[in-house]
Write a protein that binds this ligand. Structure first.
Ligand SMILES: *Cc1c(COP(=O)(O)O)cnc(C)c1O
Length: 417
């Protein structure tokens, strides 16, 4: 565990973090200093392979030369502009997002949760304007994750995140994913939207089936409800396609994007169908910092780099290789329940808590990520190589082997005092 022996400056930073920052994150005992491609370096100079990707934000890894150049160039022109004015960067990015998604118009905000708020307001306004005050109910999935602000939290299907903060937004119906009957019972004439993550990320990496998504589309149409996809985590290339829903052939009425969209700067987007362009009218919604020229410029550069470097094909290829290796691990380990996901959003579910394994991996130079306590989630940068997959899988397989031995070993006899 020598890598945790940070120099005294780093130890002081960790102590001061404890002192001055609210303890809402269970932080790892390392102070990061810089990143380069798929690697990060801590302040003591140790190198880590980054399979966490800043929670899916750093899709191009760290310090990509084109992103740095775009950032410097845009910073010299303008960083921020009030949304009462337009910029070439924000229009160019919106046009690209519409072309790629098949939708028609964009609203920018800063973070994922804020874009979910916009989507909920869109759905409520759609209900009010077209059907009256009764059409307000929102159908969402148990186990879903949509954010931490009040509205987005209220539609997050995990009571453990909500219950300290009740009451939340009224009118939310949660159903189990892939349960057609439950969905059918929940969607009524009072439903203004069905909100789905095509791949539930924070919930433990569960893919929705194309049939389930088609069923949701049909129910939304039958009851004049909007179908909204939250692709903040799974979208923008992570599945090897621009959006996860493209594999299902089901088109949403609105799409929520975030995480990698601003190339590391805060940027999220609500992209809507042409029928919904006037649903949120003038002065009904806004975001001072949303869609800043610099974030949009980086977003545009991000999309161009993915295209120019052929990264969608690379994500598909590296993703299927990673998937193969994780399935192999799952088949050979009694403490791995299964491997899930596709492209570069994948996870393995363990029968034991994952945090100790992830901390041990960190000490060996591997940044992994835990969700739901027992799922190791992989959200690596798109430039991950097959060799780096091998490195990852070798370290992980060994750690899982050791953990399996320990959990199989008879409990040590208690020492009498
Ligand atoms: C991360 C995430 C959010 C919340 O985004 P923030 O930027 O943390 O506010 C919402 N939905 C999904 C699917 C996410 O993965």
């Amino acid at each position: 565990m020598s890598r945790f022996n940070q120099d005294s400056e780093a130890s002081r930073t960790l102590l001061r973090d404890n002192e001055f920052l609210l303890p809402v994150y269970s932080r790892y005992p390392v102070v990061m200093d810089r990143g380069e491609g798929a690697h990060m370096f801590d302040t003591s100079g140790n190198r880590y392979l980054d399979l966490m990707g800043g929670l899916g934000v750093n899709a191009l890894g760290h310090a990509h030369p084109r992103m740095l150049a775009a950032m410097a160039d845009q910073a010299e022109h303008m960083v921020h502009l009030s949304p009462q004015f337009t910029s070439v960067a924000s229009v160019n990015l919106a046009e690209r997002l519409c072309q790629l998604s098949g939708l028609a118009s964009v609203f920018y905000s800063t973070g994922g949760s804020e874009a979910v708020e916009g989507a909920l307001k869109l759905a409520r306004a759609y209900g009010h304007k077209n059907f009256g005050a009764h059409k307000t109910r929102i159908v969402s999935l148990n186990g879903s994750y949509h954010g931490r602000t009040y509205g987005s939290l209220s539609v997050t299907g995990q009571a453990k995140y909500r219950d300290d903060f009740d009451p939340g937004l009224p009118g939310v119906d949660f159903v189990d994913r892939e349960d057609f009957a439950q969905l059918e019972a929940a969607v009524t004439g009072d439903t203004c939207c069905i909100l789905l993550e095509p791949i539930l990320g924070e919930g433990g990496v569960y893919e929705l089936s194309p049939t389930y998504m088609a069923h949701a589309r049909a129910l939304a149409d039958r009851h004049s409800a909007l179908l909204i996809f939250d692709e903040i985590q799974c979208g923008l290339g992570r599945t090897g396609e621009w959006f996860a829903y493209l594999a299902s052939g089901v088109l949403p009425d609105a799409l929520i994007l975030g995480k990698p969209l601003g190339g590391g700067l805060p940027l999220s987007a609500l992209v809507v169908h042409e029928d919904l362009v006037h649903t949120l009218g003038v002065a009904k919604h806004g975001s001072t910092l949303g869609g800043s020229p610099i974030a949009c410029r980086l977003g545009l550069e991000y999309l161009s780099v993915v295209e120019d470097e052929g990264l969608l094909a690379k994500v598909a290829d590296t993703g299927s290789y990673l998937r193969e290796k994780l399935v192999e691990i799952a088949n050979n380990s009694e403490i791995v329940v299964e491997a899930r996901g596709r492209g570069l959003i994948q996870g393995i579910e363990l029968t034991i808590p994952a945090r100790p394994i992830v901390e041990a991996a960190l000490a060996q130079g591997l940044m992994l990520n835990v969700v739901q306590g027992n799922v190791i989630r992989f959200l690596p940068p798109f430039l991950l190589t097959r060799e780096q997959v091998d490195t990852t899988v070798n370290i992980l397989a060994k750690l899982l082997q050791d953990a399996a031995k320990q959990s199989a070993a008879p409990a040590p006899a208690t020492l009498s005092a």
